[in-house]
Design a protein. Structure first.
Length: 338
């Protein structure tokens, strides 16, 4: 890996320094996110445990991939991460995340951290991308984040995609009508790898998708503490193989912040050969019923508004409505020569 040294976060205001981010920063970083949410209105809530889990995963090299900006007495005023996938179909994608405390905005801290993210993300692309594969450094901006949008545009990022967070209450649920030749079943751990392979096959043509190996699958999906196998649903074909799936998550920090226990449907997919039969709608309806029976009062999912499989219209048919939107901004990195 090509390391980027801590000293390369340049342009910070006087009295502030940058250092590698550590897991011990998670509580202060979570407090900073809570303060920022009052003005950023992302609708997302993460606590110290969520951040520590995300930063401490096997595929993250936090001393190299994270930066903390602190005052002279050690108070955290901003943080940033640059976390890379280990592959990609049309590009290797690197997620640039972070936040500046509202009381410290407008002083150039965000600009300094985005500059670092571009340098770090470019180094990660050089380290992990096979020859000929371009890179995309991706950052998210919600409508209230107008200053971040201006910063990203000036730094060379451009809007790549519009995503919608869709929600629905868990009342007046859709009927579970199982198509002929399909059987619904709960998620069980002996099928975890089969679901992984089904997900890879289902998302081959999706924007930004990548093949998930066993480590990446556990790291990002079924190995996280919010995953709820008991609320997840599998659709099996006549041979007993996975034809579709809905994977469910419940985030404790989100419930504490909103007071509404909410199930999040993180991954929803149907194998190409089983599409057009109502498999996805049936699996979602069954997952909604499971969540309601477990005490959840709302459901949420995120969708690419340009999804070519008709997912947006499907989610509307089962009662979801757009609650928020955000843009994904991307910075292009040219391929590395062989």
């Amino acid at each position: 890996m090509t390391d980027v040294l801590p000293a390369d976060v340049t342009g910070l205001p006087g009295g502030l320094t940058a250092r590698p981010l550590t897991l011990d920063d998670a509580p202060a970083a979570a407090d900073l996110l809570a303060a920022a949410e009052a003005v950023d209105d992302t609708g997302e809530h993460e606590d110290a445990g969520d951040l520590a889990e995300w930063w401490g995963r096997e595929l993250v090299d936090l001393p190299s991939d994270g930066r903390a900006v602190v005052t002279g007495d050690g108070r955290l005023v901003a943080w940033a991460t640059s976390i890379s996938q280990r592959g990609g179909r049309e590009a290797l994608r690197v997620w640039a995340e972070g936040r500046v405390h509202p009381d410290w905005r407008g002083r150039g801290i965000g600009r300094a951290l985005v500059d670092w993210q571009v340098r770090r993300g470019t180094a990660q692309h050089a380290a992990f991308a096979p020859p000929g594969l371009p890179g995309r450094l991706v950052a998210s901006a919600w409508p209230a984040m107008t200053s971040l949008e201006r910063l990203l545009r000036r730094r060379g990022f451009a809007v790549e995609r519009l995503f919608a967070a869709m929600e629905r209450p868990l009342d007046e649920l859709p009927a579970v009508v199982v198509p002929a030749g399909i059987e619904l079943a709960p998620f069980t751990w002996d099928r975890d790898d089969e679901v992984r392979r089904a997900h890879n096959a289902a998302f081959t043509e999706h924007h930004g998708s990548t093949e998930r190996d066993e480590t990446a699958w556990r790291t990002w999906f079924t190995g996280v503490r919010a995953f709820r196998p008991d609320l997840s649903v599998l659709a099996l074909d006549g041979d007993g193989a996975v034809a579709g799936y809905v994977l469910a998550y419940v985030y404790e920090a989100d419930t504490r912040a909103t007071g509404i226990p909410t199930v999040h449907f993180g991954q929803i997919g149907v194998l190409p050969g089983s599409r057009g039969r109502g498999v996805a709608g049936t699996a979602i309806a069954a997952a909604l019923a499971r969540a309601a029976a477990d005490g959840c009062r709302a459901a949420r999912l995120d969708v690419d508004t340009e999804n070519t499989t008709g997912a947006f219209a499907l989610y509307e048919r089962v009662g979801f409505r757009v609650a928020r939107t955000h843009h994904a901004w991307a910075f292009p990195v040219p391929p590395v020569a062989g």
